[in-house]
Structure formats: C-alpha cells, structure tokens
Design a protein around this ligand. Structure first.
Ligand code: KG4
Ligand code: ZN
Length: 386
C-alpha cells in the first residue's frame, strides 16, 4: 500500500488542480491554478472560458505536480481523474474511461479526463474515475486516518449541498440536498452584490468582511431558516428521502438575495448608506447574511444527524467538507452542533476543503485498493483531441 503512488487530476469547476499522493496518505505534491482573473472579468464561472483556461493550464499543472514530487509519470501506479458528479453519488463513469477515444464527456471534465487518459495511455497505467463529491468526502479519511465508516457528512461547495450517510466506499445514502442554490453560490452572489473584490475568492471575502459587522444588525425577512416550520418526523423524513432531492432544504436561496437582501435595502437600510459603499454597512450585511445562511445549515444538520443516529447508532463522526467548509465561522458553528449530538467534527484543513487534486488522488487510492480501476486505454489508440 505504501508503495502506491497516484496522480490526481481535478478540472471540474474553476480550478485546474493536480497532486501526487502515496498509498499511506503522504501528500508528495499539490498544485492548484485558479481562474481568478476570469472570475473578475465575467463575474462568475463561464463554462466555455473555464474550459479554455483548463486547457491552457493542464499540462504545466500536471507536470508541476510530478516535478514537485520528484517523480516522472513512469513512477506512478495509477492516474485518478474527476469524471462527475452526475445525478447521483454512483460512479457510473468507471467503465468508459478506457473505451475508444475520443471519450465523450461533459465539457466540464473534458480537459482533465483527456489529460488523465493521455498519461494512462502513454505509460500504460490503470485509470480511476472519481466522483467529485465523493472526493470531497473521502479526503477526510486522509486527514483523519481513524475515520471509519459509517459516518455522516455535510458537503458544502459552490455547486452542491449534500447531507449524506457514508456507509462504505462507494456506498452513500443521500439524506438531503438543496432545492435551489448551493450555499457557496449564495456566498458568491452576495459578494458580487456587495461589490466585493472577486479576485479574492468571494466566500473568503464575505467571511473577512463579516468579522467587522454585526450579525444581528439586519433583520432578514426570515430570521430563522426557511424551512423552520417544516417539521418532519422520522417517517415523513424517510418518505421524503425516498423521493429524492426535494426533501431537505439545505443552503440559502436565490431569493435571499433577490427578496430578503434587496427588500431589506429598501426597507431597513437607507439606500444612500448601502450605495455609499460604506464599509461598515456592507460588513453588517455580510455578517447578517452569514449568520442566517449558517443558521439554516445548523438546523438542517441537527435534524439529519438525529435521523441518521436512529438508523445507524454506531456513527461517531460528522464530516464537513467542500469549499464553504474552509470558513472558520461555519466550522465553529457546526462543531457545536456535532458536539451537542455527541459526534466528533472532522473537517479537513481549508486547502483540502476547496477543490484540489489531493482529494482526487486519495479517492483513487481508496478505490484502487479495492480493485476498482479501469485498464489503460490501448497504447495504439489515436489521441483524444481537446
Ligand atoms: O468545493 P469548491 O472549491 O468548488 C466546488 O466544487 O464548487 O467550493 C467553492 C465554493 C465557492 O462558492 C466559494 O465561494 C466557497 O466555496 N468558499 C467559501 C469560502 N471559501 C470558499 N465560502 C465561504 N467562506 C469561505 N471561506
Ligand atoms: Zn468542489
């Protein structure tokens, strides 16, 4: 196991990332190229631009990951690459990685998958398709080597909000998801709306600004979480879970920005104050937004943990991961929730919460050890065209 060396490649959103990780969890290198300039220019992630930026960065990012690890591709045991999320937490992409090229996949993953296939083909290495959200989850088992299944996890990122019960490798029960925006997107929209500098990722910008503000200064239309009145008992919850994604309302919503924040502007903050770019008033908005957004998460997590513990009393840990989990306020609040419920919070360090290649490499290692990998694409196959 210790001799395993896996390269992980991640290009599913706006970061081009690669890392080399050893089977024992030792991180040999980690390289991330962000598309901060594009974010400023376009005010968000523009898929076509993101793909072009990935194409420009992918070669040097993977090479830098190998160089920093003092290795060449010949030394690798396998290549792992993000191929999803698809609609569910299964790993459907597995079997098609080695099929005849060019491999068809959503353009979001195309660049990374092509690079992964190219390396696997050239050096005849096994290739492992990795689900992005599973990678966010399992990286907690790299940072906390004692973390055993089953455990609960909350995954909070720019595109997803998921509450899951992790039973085993590749075996996850979805307890809840957002019915509209993910919480990271709400942070991003609020940052944009407040005119914060997008060159700093907007989540951290809100987090910083919120430290200066008074979280109780602004009354949102709904001071409690949007589904607070939606009290579901266990049976109802189960029933709802079976129905899939509409059951649990995790994460703040579009209309917090469009109704709550904008109405509050009209009603409670003198418009002149907000538009004067007065830093303190923007800090109050950031702090109040963050408080309500996270309050909502807390309440949903509490309920989901209670439910999960009834089903699976052996759960000891509550994993919180994904970009938003790098937020210190989020971590502190959810730590309290976990403690109240008798669970231990497991939260990877911030650099492993946001998108990275380490989580992909590590998830590849976990699957590889279980014999779940794909054979290399045929060496004489024509190259994929990016
Ligand atoms: O997991 P991630 O890096 O990419 C996706 O899979 O989406 O998450 C990115 C999201 C962005 O919405 C970003 O604003 C948010 O995570 N984020 C934060 C913080 N750092 C990143 N949100 C709040 N506070 C932070 N410190
Ligand atoms: Zn992510």
């Amino acid at each position: 196991v210790d001799n395993l060396i896996v390269l992980g490649i991640e290009t599913s959103c706006d970061d081009t990332a690669a890392a080399v990780v050893r089977g024992n969890g030792e991180i040999l290198s980690q390289v991330v190229s962000t598309q901060a300039d594009l974010l400023v220019q376009y005010g968000g992630v523009a898929p076509k631009m993101a793909e072009e930026a990935h194409s420009r960065a992918i070669d040097w990012v993977t090479q830098a990951a190998l160089d920093k690890a003092n290795l060449t591709a010949k030394d690798l045991s396998a290549v792992a690459v993000t191929i999803g999320p698809g609609l569910s937490l299964c790993l459907r992409g597995f079997y098609i990685l080695s099929g005849p090229g060019p491999w068809l996949c959503s353009s979001d993953f195309f660049v990374g998958v092509c690079k992964g296939r190219e390396i696997a083909r050239s050096f005849q290495l096994p290739i492992i398709g990795v689900h992005h959200m599973e990678a966010h989850t399992l990286v907690a088992r790299l940072t906390d080597r004692d973390l055993q299944f089953p455990f609960m996890a909350l995954l909070i990122s720019g595109g997803h909000n998921l509450l899951i019960l992790a039973h085993g490798l590749g075996h996850y029960i979805q307890l809840g998801t957002t019915i509209d925006d993910a919480i990271g997107e709400a942070y991003d929209k609020t940052a944009k709306w407040l005119g914060l500098d997008m060159r700093r990722s907007s989540g951290p910008a809100i987090e910083d600004l919120a430290r200066e503000g008074d979280p109780d200064s602004i009354r949102f239309k709904s001071m409690s979480s949007p589904l607070m009145d939606f009290k579901c008992d266990c049976v109802r919850f189960l029933h709802l879970v079976a129905k899939g994604p509409v059951e649990v309302y995790v994460g703040p919503m579009e209309n917090w920005k469009f109704t709550a924040i904008s109405q509050l502007l009209d009603a409670e903050i003198p418009l002149s104050l907000a538009s004067s770019h007065e830093r303190s008033s923007r800090a109050d908005i950031a702090a109040s937004f963050q408080r309500v957004a996270v309050l909502h998460l807390e309440e949903r997590c509490e309920r989901a943990i209670e439910w999960a513990l009834k089903m699976e009393p052996s759960i000891k840990c509550f994993v919180v991961s994904g970009g938003v989990a790098s937020n210190q306020y989020v971590r502190a609040r959810l730590d309290q929730i976990a403690k109240n419920k008798g669970l231990q919070l497991v939260c990877p360090p911030p650099s492993l919460c946001t998108d990275n290649g380490v989580m992909v490499a590590w998830t590849g290692i976990e699957h590889f050890q279980m014999g779940r990998f794909d054979t290399p694409p045929p060496a004489d196959e024509p190259e994929d065209t990016v």
